[in-house]
Ligand binder design. Sequence first.
Ligand code: NAI
Length: 549
Amino acid sequence: MTTNMRGIEVLQDPRRNKSTAFTEAEKQSLGLVGLLPDVTETEDLQLQRVNSQLAQKPTDLERYIYLMNLLDHNETLFYRTLMSDPARFLPIVYDPTIGEACLKFGHIYRQARGMYLSMTRSGKVKDVLKNWPQKDVRFICVTDAGRILGLGDLGANGMGIPIGKLQLYTACAGVPPQFLLPMYLDAGTNNEQYLHDPLYLGMRKARPSTEELYSFVDEFVEAVQEVFPKCCIHFEDWTGVDAVHLLQRYRDKYCVYNDDVQGTAGIVLAGMINAAKIKGTKLRDEKYLFLGAGSAGIGLANLLCTAMVQEGLTVKQAQSRVYMFDINGLLEDTRKDLVDFQQPYAHKHAPTRDFVAAIESIKPTTIIGVSTVGGTFTQKVIEAMSRINERPVVLALSNPTEHAECTPEQTYTWSKGKAIYAAGVQFPPVRFNGQTFLPGQANNFYIFPAVGMAIFATQASRVTDEMFIEAARAVADQVPSDLLKQGLLYPLQSNILETEIQTAARVAKLVFDLGLARVPRPADMVAFIREHVYKPEYNVEAASRTTVA
Ligand code: NAI
């Protein structure tokens, strides 16, 4: 059923509000005469005003608050702003500013966005979900905030993450925002600071047992199938063990994925594929040593092995090329402290807690830092890698910046310009020995929005690892050869939307090939994706009409 909105109601609805862009005819027909200045501005002029107001803000956190406020009033202008210069705005609405925004979430809170599903609603989850006004939800990004970025348990303050993550689906890949639902699953928090903060917005209770938590997540996942049958559930920022276990629990039964495990792995894999291209090898020819065996490390190791199997190795052969080292030393077959999903990488090897000794014994071609600890790829580590390899590959992925295992400057200097390097954060270009090196950023936003767009357009019924590998290959293929020569492993951020459309088209093709699509196969996959892309433009009809259940 559609109803006609008029007057102030239109201005108060961020999806329909055009602010100063309503034409005289629209003002007449919608009862807006006198409620707005008489001018009719173009969208470009509105964007100019946004930019000028943003320039007055002293910090990125203030810019974040301003942009969220803009979203509360005018969704189209918000996305027009983000999509006008993603490289500038994504670090404001997402990483790194989002970390600070989450830490202060209860204090900077203005208006509810998304849904808060507390464990006190156990047995009534379906009813709660039905309160969401949109009936066709295609993505729920859900966190229990067990591990927000590198910041740990943030409880309800973690709500900033699903909000920001879903904005990237739209800003990077054009998934229409009305289909996206951010969700905080409130299982309490063990964060003492927040438990004692009067402005904290979550349940003031310690976290439950794993059994209680998983049983509530079961109710949530099952309720989603019924209330939003076309919905994909994106798990985000759960603790490492929960991330892996919940993914295992649902992946073959429902349309779910975990970006920390699969999306992160996809983007790192794209870098590995391009590093191999620079060296003239294949993934299966390389030997990998991880520093860190948590959710990111294990997710990446698993996806990497699947990709090596696609290149002709058996699972055992692929796993034999992957070694891992964690806080207690090398994962090897005498270790008694390993969890089930780490076992495949615990090879026969003498115990050691010395990373350089492990490099000298294992002779990896690639080291991957996912340890959360800055500076752990020391000069000795890089020099050892450079002694063993003509072109050592060094991926220092921990973030934020001060947590990077090593900087590009250190890596190019200590390896005398031989290393191929990428980080988890953006570093500026480095001049070394008269040469300019371009350190790439393994940023998930090249992968999950594109995979999300492919799922959205095809109405995929499952999300598989192969889809993330295909996304990785598509991203890797979009780095021009001249930039590859300068060591850049990832596409430039200046044209993200086009990069993601091409990636989404490749993933969509795979979804059809795997028989997982729930719509007819189109003839032209890129055109098919383009048809689904949201454009941040005012729609006169949408300004006045709304659909209610
Ligand atoms: P986690 O907490 O699940 O795992 C951390 C792992 O590092 C554990 O295995 C731990 O034993 C090990 N570790 C800690 N201190 C260590 C030390 N001094 N030496 C050796 N190992 C040590 O964390 P998770 O989720 O796996 O993330 C790891 C880091 O990687 C985070 O900083 C994350 O932001 C970053 N990351 C960034 C990516 C990107 O930018 N695209 C991609 C993947 C990870």
